[in-house]
Write a protein that binds this ligand. Structure first.
Ligand SMILES: [Zn+2]
Length: 72
């Protein structure tokens, strides 16, 4: 099986609510490089306003689930 489904994580800007799909491998790389606080997911900067983008849903490499609905 070499047909990997293209997966991405929906990120939402906490400031302006802009949405962006970020490829799962990019998010995982960020997650692996970040050995800081495991209670926060890998975050990206919004291209529109520079605000923080939070994943709509993402299960981290350490098995922790992050949901946008948890922080709103
Ligand atoms: Zn924004």
């Amino acid at each position: 099986m070499n047909q990997s489904k293209k997966q991405s994580v929906n990120y939402v800007c906490l400031a302006c609510h802009e949405k962006e799909e970020i490829p799962i491998n990019v998010v995982r790389d960020f997650d692996l490089m970040d050995d800081g606080d495991p209670t926060t997911p890998p975050m990206f900067a919004c291209e529109k306003c520079g605000g923080e983008m939070y994943p709509e849903y993402y299960k981290g490499v350490h098995g922790i689930e992050y949901k946008l609905s948890d922080i709103l």
